[in-house]
Design a protein around this ligand. Structure first.
Ligand SMILES: Nc1ncnc2c1ncn2[C@@H]1O[C@H](COP(=O)(O)OP(=O)(O)OP(=O)(O)O)[C@@H](O)[C@H]1O
Ligand SMILES: [Mg+2]
Length: 229
């Protein structure tokens, strides 16, 4: 497999008043295209911060982040949003759906930034909803769906623009075991059948078993917990 992402000697510090909080210093990580990585670690260890760096929501204080050979940390804000829209899908613990929009409208959101016609957008939305098994629910509002269904809508939204990489922050943190396993099975399918590279933060060792690699983030460093698949 080829390298999709390399993080080289990345540092992240937050300045709060007179205090500087250092989250990482000289963090290194290589992610191969097609990998499925679980990231575990104590609360406050910097897992969400790392996903934000990987997804171009935030920038490293020092060091480099490359995606497909190009320096993401060097992009301007507008280049970064375009890059993010084309390459990254985000999935969150609490789904982050727009409550007033039905499933189809929620899934369509990332496509509104593209130049696609309404007809083509509708076609892609329907295809994404079909992949997650919710094509019959297109006109339902989030509050009319279960947590698991809402997360499937969020997955459809994350894949609708056909990004290379999915970043998932505790995607099953709010779901029961059975529903969590359905969602995790779906992520595994997207990884294996559609070649999506997946980085998933989780506190759940059962969830981490769906990944090929588990990394443990502790005190700003990675400790590999052993390969699975
Ligand atoms: N914008 C910010 N400004 C200041 N400090 C921040 C900011 N974002 C995160 N931090 C700090 O960085 C540290 C890591 O936060 P982060 O959210 O990445 O942890 P986490 O590993 O995702 O934790 P959890 O498992 O609870 O979600 C925390 O100490 C947090 O307070
Ligand atoms: Mg977090």
């Amino acid at each position: 497999m080829s390298d999709l992402i390399t993080i080289t000697d990345a540092a992240k510090r937050f300045v709060k008043g007179r205090e500087t909080i250092s989250i990482f210093d000289k963090l290194n990580l290589t992610i191969e295209a097609g990998d499925f990585i679980a990231i575990m670690g104590p609360s406050g260890s910097g897992k969400t911060t790392l996903l934000n760096l990987l997804g171009g929501i935030d920038r490293p204080t020092d060091g480099a982040i490359s995606f497909d050979g190009a320096r993401v940390d060097k992009l301007t804000e507008s280049q970064l949003s375009a890059w993010r829209a084309a390459n990254i899908g985000f999935i969150f613990q609490f789904y982050n759906l727009m409550p007033m929009l039905n499933a189809a409208r929620n899934v369509e959101l990332p496509l509104l930034l593209t130049g696609l016609s309404a007809k083509e957008r509708a076609r892609r939305v329907q295809a994404a909803l079909k992949i997650v098994g919710l094509d019959q629910r297109a006109s339902h509002l989030p509050r009319e769906m279960s947590g698991g269904q809402q997360q499937r809508v969020a997955i459809a939204r994350a894949i609708v623009a056909d990004p290379k990489m999915l970043l998932c922050d505790e995607p099953t943190g709010d779901l029961d075991r059975k529903t969590a396993d359905e969602i995790l099975g779906m992520l595994q399918l997207l990884n294996r059948e559609m070649g999506k590279t997946i980085i998933m933060v989780t506190h759940d060792a059962e969830a981490a078993r769906y990944a090929n690699r588990v990394l443990h983030l502790d005190k700003g460093r990675f400790v590999e917990q052993g390969a699975m698949a």
